[in-house]
Ligand binder design. Sequence first.
Ligand code: ATP
Length: 456
Amino acid sequence: MKTLTMDKIVNLCKQYGFVFPGSEIYDGFANTWDFGPVGVELKNNIKKAWWKRFVEEDMNTYGVDAAILMNPKVWEASGHVSSFSDPKMDCKKCKQRFRADNLIEEHSKGEVVAEAMSNEEMEKYVNDNHITCPNCGGFDWTPIKQFKLMFETSRGTVEGEKDAVYLRPETCQGEYVNFLNVQRTMRAKLPFAIAQIGKSFRNEITPGNFLFRTIEFEQMELQKFCHEKDSMNFYNDYKKRALDFVKDLGLSADKLRYHDHDKLAHYAKAACDIQYKFPIGWEELNGIHHRGTWDLSRHAEFSGKKLEYQDPETNEKYIPNVIEYSIGADRLTLAILCEAYEEEKLENDTREVMHFHPALAPYKVAVLPLVKKYHKQKAEELFKLFAKNFMTTYDETGSIGKRYRRQDVIGTPYCITVDDETLNNNTVTIRNRDDMSQITLPVTEAIEFVKDKIEF
Ligand code: ATP
């Protein structure tokens, strides 16, 4: 099989209604993408699978949906106002902007950890090693400057006076500020977790690589609050659960690996990414971080509220440790798209097929009248029946073979053909996307058959 390129996936996504460039009729808007009718179903199913696994099936995890705009003090406490920025430099020749740390790490093939370097040290490294512009090959750089990654807006309370407000660059602060609310209202005992799925915004200037890096993206993440003595166990537990989850969604084991961090933030006790082998190489898919008591301590300091827990049995009072598990819904959607794609050689033909896990497939079933003139009415009836049970689509245009191909490429696991047998016996032919085999079942059994297969 040919190597899959990012361009191939981008074009397929545009062509079949998965993802379109943001504001396309205005020539787009860098690093923004709009999910189309097929893509929105895929991404929603991924979010549903995550929520089911980590919230619904976990007795000690509570969901929230916190506001995107938060009191600006939150971002002072978290350290984002003072230090959430990237070192950028511009090529004076072609005017492209690059992250200096990325260029250095690429040039040194990962040998040099630029994160730990000052701007001056990075400038020296770029000059000493004669790192040229990846776009035009020039060697004429501006000095390195820190660029703020938070989008800033303002809220005018009194005419003429405005306060800076930020679009959240991460969802987790919504959980930290609600720690006491959730603990009290749910009568939660430690250890417990707070989870949410929501939008985050980062003023990323570097090239996006499609859904991999965008300026607006969704995070699915949770914070586990626990006693220090249990914290390493939970850290290791989430490392395992995070890996199991993406494997169960269909990502193959040989394209997944742990990447433990050597360099840690001063408050962190451990950190690990799970990397996936995207068409652009091994890159972070999600992060698991042991954050110690840093977040709750900082919010206690800045808000003046005691963010403590009192153990009901031992009466010990303490600030809980936090284990964070965070994965981007868009980045995971990209991984699922890449993994599912196959250009399959058939006897006289090739077909493009998306082998999504049936639980993730945008449509579970396509109802196809064999001959429009004779079978349309019954097929429409069946569409209504199936659509009450799961996401169903209907297609009456073109030859049956072409209609199968279209469903293959959007990953519909079952095509239900309505023919004379359906009119006479109320049976349908079910075609399997992956091996193209067909079986015939009574309509009522067909519904149960599909329901059984789409469980996650
Ligand atoms: P990276 O090193 O790739 O910038 P990060 O370490 O800054 O990521 P976190 O802040 O830990 O990422 O965010 C958790 C997860 O959110 C990431 O693992 C990724 O899946 C997702 N994510 C982060 N930034 C983006 C982005 N700009 N676009 C899409 N997804 C993102």
